[in-house]
Write a protein that binds this ligand. Structure first.
Ligand SMILES: Nc1nc2c(c(=O)[nH]1)N[C@H]1C(S)=C(S)[C@@H](COP(=O)(O)OP(=O)(O)OC[C@H]3O[C@@H](n4cnc5c(=O)[nH]c(N)nc54)[C@H](O)[C@@H]3O)O[C@H]1N2
Ligand SMILES: Nc1nc2c(c(=O)[nH]1)N[C@H]1C(S)=C(S)[C@@H](COP(=O)(O)OP(=O)(O)OC[C@H]3O[C@@H](n4cnc5c(=O)[nH]c(N)nc54)[C@H](O)[C@@H]3O)O[C@H]1N2
Ligand code: SF4
Ligand SMILES: [Mo]
Length: 711
């Protein structure tokens, strides 16, 4: 008789890294619970954790590679699939050159250490400037600012949530998203902790979000105007003598001069924030001497001047003495030191080594904007994209003007997708290479431990053994790299072959081991136990490495970097153009039971009252547009239009409409029975691929001009 056992793992769906205790019996999942002994999550989980079972058992999830033949999908063997991919990609490289093959890495890569390492191995042998990822529809502005100010794109500071007394949340909705660049399981509990300590929480957001609902104050701000508000914020700090001692800074006088013209009065009409309100906000934040954290995320990033917003947020933290101090913004001490290792991978910061051919946007950190991909596919020339590899990405639903990208991917010479499903994007591919289920692989939160409000480390083995012959992302990506390097005519092909062979020999786990040993809790640790994968394996709940420490940066903070100073003139020009008010602006929203575009095939994840694809619109705007609550409306932007039911609500400020993202599978060739039935429309059929932040290349998803009319 098979007995029950409890397996420990970590939820892979969001950045919170919740520890799970899964009761299994043979191949069956009996229950999924939070692991109370996890030093970070302490038993917390959200409703999404149970979707692990649905993902694992989903009949639509591919169990082996498939090849597209006309509109049918035919199963093929792994060897044939990998060899065919390498041959077809190699042919494109030989005919059109190495830049003709593009790579796009999606968000789940950051949630799976072995996929990230494998993508690195494959990326090295591809030698292509056409590299893209979900970073440029997400956090690239924070990375650019961190690079310029702190010397490393991956050294992004995070709010020291558990000691902070005053939290300002700008363009983030952690109560629903569970936090981003801030790994903090049980975010609601931690936010309440601030209030219980006598502190307060302020939310600045165009929508009265779920986080605003638990905050002490909410201020509505017009989408895309955060940099203007923040310039005025810094102006007030200097004007009122609120600058405090803290980290050593360079560029303070330059910054003072830059913000001189930006008074609260100057930006009030654009931002929608009254000068007195803004001054009160600035004073309250500066007055908190026990630790105040100004935390900005997605809504503040996905703007045309997203990097200016990220820069000013960090600068304000430095100027008010709230950077690198308990309760303010701090740096972590992760066992796998992402910033250091990322530098070796070329992700520490680089800019402008090449540019997008249309739109002329500089490369950042080795990547071009995801928003530029369709243009790079259609524009003739040496670097035209003719073939594509996607790894854990769904860019045709998740990047701007996805409908156009879907059309263009159809015209490629060859497209291979590494994905467990026939998704909106992979349905366009010639071949789909599926990894094993999330429960059949090991786990180490290499990216998110580096942004966690407490230093911890946890390694989990697979909950179930992988099925015979099945491959994981690592095997697929390294297998592809090996075959491509073998036939490559690149001058560095020999070195590529040696490196790939060495990586294969070590395995993902071996590389993780090297990373842990090289890290601050490994061999460099002066005394006490030194971490290794083996040691972590023996601590099934993970190990606690203590609260965040000061002094991690060890160099002055540059508060007025040159690229930002230059970009300010672009902001000034756009400000002078006016046109920040008057038209409707579309913003996005996340839903608790969602995970970008990919948990829609779970019935369970489609329940819940907020889980509907509706356009939120303020009653005044609805009256003016002549639309009625619950009825379908047509939403149109420069790039397209969609039809969707309207939800008339004063949750959004006047002039702003909101649609959730990740929907619209039914409008594509995705073979996801439940997701197709769920319907909805893709917000990215409205977002504009020409609107990007010129510094980081990030898409401006948060301020799309739209018209709404009865359908
Ligand atoms: N308008 C608008 N657009 C947005 C956003 C927004 O707020 N508004 N948010 C943006 C953000 S923050 C992000 S991160 C991007 C996400 O953009 P993407 O990363 O491109 O897309 P996802 O929707 O996360 O889809 C992930 C894909 O990975 C697959 N997958 C899941 N697990 C694995 C795995 O273990 N291995 C492999 N190989 N594949 C796997 C899934 O099947 C799915 O197809 O979307 C962005 N797009
Ligand atoms: N349930 C769930 N959780 C998720 C995800 C998911 O899809 N579903 N996705 C995960 C991913 S990949 C990420 S990156 C994180 C993101 O997590 P967060 O950074 O918390 O992002 P959102 O939840 O989209 O919240 C963004 C907020 O910004 C507001 N906003 C929009 N435009 C503007 C603006 O111009 N200015 C200001 N100040 N605010 C604005 C929106 O109204 C919204 O409340 O969430 C992660 N967690
Ligand atoms: S908060 Fe995030 S990590 Fe935790 S259970 Fe929910 S989805 Fe998983
Ligand atoms: Mo993201």
């Amino acid at each position: 008789m098979v007995s029950e056992r409890i397996a420990h793992t970590t939820c892979p769906f969001c950045e919170a890294l919740c520890g799970l205790a899964i009761t299994v019996k043979g191949p069956e999942i009996i229950s999924i619970r939070g692991d109370r002994d996890d030093p970070l999550s302490k038993g917390h989980i959200c409703p999404k954790a149970t979707a692990l079972e649905d993902v694992h058992t989903d009949p639509d999830r591919l169990r082996g590679p498939v090849k597209r033949v006309g509109s049918d999908w035919v199963e093929i063997g792994w060897d044939e699939a990998l060899q065919m991919s390498a041959d077809r990609l190699g042919a494109v490289q030989r005919t059109h050159g190495f830049p003709a093959v593009a790579m796009y890495l999606g968000n789940p890569v950051a949630h799976k250490y072995s996929a990230a390492l494998g993508a690195q191995v494959l990326g090295d042998v591809m030698h292509t400037p056409n590299r893209y990822s979900a970073s440029t529809v997400d956090q690239a502005p924070h990375m650019f600012a961190a690079w310029q100010m702190f010397g490393n794109a991956l050294r992004m500071p995070i709010p020291d949530l558990d000691r902070c007394r005053h939290l300002v949340v700008l363009g983030a909705n952690p109560v629903v998203s569970n936090g981003s660049i801030m790994t903090a399981p049980d975010i609601k509990g931690r936010l309440k902790g601030i209030q219980d300590r006598g502190g307060s929480i302020v939310v600045i957001d165009p929508r009265h979000s779920e986080t605003a609902a638990v905050a002490d104050r909410h201020h509505a701000i017009r989408p895309g105007t955060d940099p203007l508000m923040l310039l005025a914020w810094v102006h007030v700090l200097f004007a009122e003598g609120l600058v405090r001692d803290g980290v050593t800074m360079t560029g303070v006088e330059e910054l003072r001069a830059l913000v001189e013209p930006w008074t609260p009065e100057q930006v009030a009409d654009s931002t929608g924030l009254a000068p007195d309100t803004l001054r009160a906000l600035v004073r309250a934040h500066a007055a908190e001497t026990e630790g105040a954290a100004l935390y900005a995320r997605l809504g503040a990033c996905t703007q045309q001047f997203g990097t200016l917003a990220a820069w000013l947020v960090y600068a304000i933290s430095a100027l008010t003495g709230n950077l690198d101090r308990p309760g303010g913004l701090m740096w972590t001490t992760p066992a796998f030191d992402l910033a250091e290792i990322g530098t070796a991978w070329g992700m520490g910061g680089s800019w402008g080594r090449w540019r997008s051919r249309v739109g002329d946007v500089p490369e950042f950190n080795g990547e071009l904007p995801a928003a530029a991909m369709a243009d790079e596919m259609t524009t003739p020339g040496e670097r035209q994209i003719r073939a594509l590899i996607t790894v854990a990405g769904n860019p045709t639903l998740s990047t701007p003007n996805g409908r156009r990208l879907r059309a263009e991917t159809d015209g490629l010479d060859f497209f291979v997708a590494v994905d467990p499903w026939i998704s909106a994007t992979s349905a366009q591919a010639n071949l789909i290479l599926p990894p094993v289920s999330h429960l059949e692989t090991d786990h180490y939160g290499f990216a998110f431990h580096a942004f966690a409000v407490r230093n911890t480390a946890k390694y989990d083995g697979p909950v179930f053994p992988p099925p015979d012959g099945a491959l994981d992302d690592w095997d697929i990506l390294v297998g592809l790299a090996e075959r491509i390097a073998k036939q490559s005519g690149h001058p560095k092909a020999r070195a590529d072959r040696l490196r790939t062979a060495a990586a294969k020999k070590l395995g993902a786990r071996g590389l993780l081991e090297l990373g842990l040993r090289a890290g601050p809790h490994g061999l460099r640790r002066p005394f006490g136990p030194r971490l290794s994968v083996k040691k972590l394996e023996r601590s099934e709940h993970g190990v606690d490495l203590g609260e965040l420490q000061t002094g991690r940066l060890g160099k002055p903070v540059a508060v007025a970097p040159e690229p930002m100073r230059q970009d300010l003139s672009r902001l000034e020009a756009s400000f002078a153009d006016g046109d920040l008010t008057g038209r409707l602006r579309l913003i996005g929203r996340r839903q608790l039971r969602g995970c970008n575009s990919w948990l829609h095939n779970s019935e369970r994840m489609l329940r819940g009252k907020q889980r509907r694809c509706t356009l939120m619109m303020h009653p005044d705007d609805a009256a003016e547009a002549g639309v009625v609550d619950g009825k379908p409306v047509r939403v149109s932007s420069r790039v397209g239009s969609v039809e969707v039911p309207v939800e008339v609500t004063d949750e959004v400020m006047p002039g702003v409409v909101s649609l959730p993202h990740g929907w619209g599978h039914g409008d594509t060739d995705a073979q996801l029975a439940v997701a197709r039935k769920a319907g909805g429309v893709s917000i990215n059929d409205l977002t504009d691929e020409t609107a990007v932040d010129r510094l980081s290349g990030n898409a401006a998803l948060s301020e799309v001009v739209v018209d709404v009319a009865p359908a």
